[in-house]
Design a binder for this molecule. Structure first.
Ligand code: ADE
Length: 224
């Protein structure tokens, strides 16, 4: 799967995508990520990418021309399953959306800054708008990294059995059950006996019950 990401802060994106599972996915060529610096398409001597908003008000808006030039260039090279703008007023991101996006081949992610991008770019190019939660970030970069990570780890071959995505929280609308490792007793706290019993069937049942109970307690909305 290939991601193109448009940003004015390329360094902010490079690091979170260069470790652990994401780096392994890139090493195996299962995932490619190209980060495009919008500033290179900026206007004039100062490579301007933003401007005052029409109608007044605090905060700059990212201009159409640099963004359009870069997007047109990328569109000449690839077709995208979705052109995604990361924005707090987008659709709330979920595991279901991640699963669906992981079936595609090419995604273009647009990171906004300041007050965001000119509405006409959204109208002209964007096919999906995503928010990673009901809070405001300084820019779309961290949200874009969240998308690449959550989608990248679902690609076939990226995770090994040990890190399998099938038992993640949310994969079946349930939170994950508690997990334990050695030692079997720590500061007087015992690992639940069932987990050391060797009864695979009973352990499976216990985990399902725990997952259901945890979901009821913490996220009853998921069960509705
Ligand atoms: N940009 C700023 N805040 C954001 C959010 N919550 N989700 C996605 N993109 C954003």
């Amino acid at each position: 799967m290939h991601f193109d990401i448009i940003t004015v802060l390329p360094d902010l994106l490079a690091s979170p995508l260069s470790h652990s599972i994401m780096q392994r996915a890139k090493d195996k060529d299962l995932l490619t990520v190209a980060i495009h610096d919008l500033r290179e398409y900026g206007l004039g001597k100062y490579r301007q990418v933003d401007d005052y908003q029409f109608g007044g008000g605090a905060g700059m808006v990212m201009r159409c021309e640099p963004m359009a030039e870069l997007i047109d260039k990328l569109l000449a090279e690839r077709t995208y399953d979705e052109i995604i703008y990361l924005t707090p007023d987008g659709e709330r991101y979920t595991q279901k959306r991640a699963n669906r996006l992981s079936m595609g081949e090419n995604l273009l992610l647009i990171c906004g800054h300041y007050k965001g991008i000119d509405q006409r770019i959204r109208d002209e190019y964007v096919t999906l708008e995503i928010s990673i939660g009901d809070y405001v970030l300084s820019g779309g970069e961290l949200a874009a990294a969240v998308l690449v990570d959550s989608i990248g780890r679902l690609l076939p071959g990226v995770l090994n059995d040990e890190t399998s995505a099938l038992t993640d929280s949310f994969q079946d609308d349930l939170l994950a059950p508690p997990v334990y490792t050695r030692p079997a007793e720590w500061r007087g706290r015992q690992v639940p006996e069932i987990l050391t019993s060797g009864h695979t069937g009973k352990i499976e049942k216990w985990r399902e019950d725990q997952a259901l109970q945890r979901t009821k307690d913490r996220r009853p909305d998921l069960l509705e």
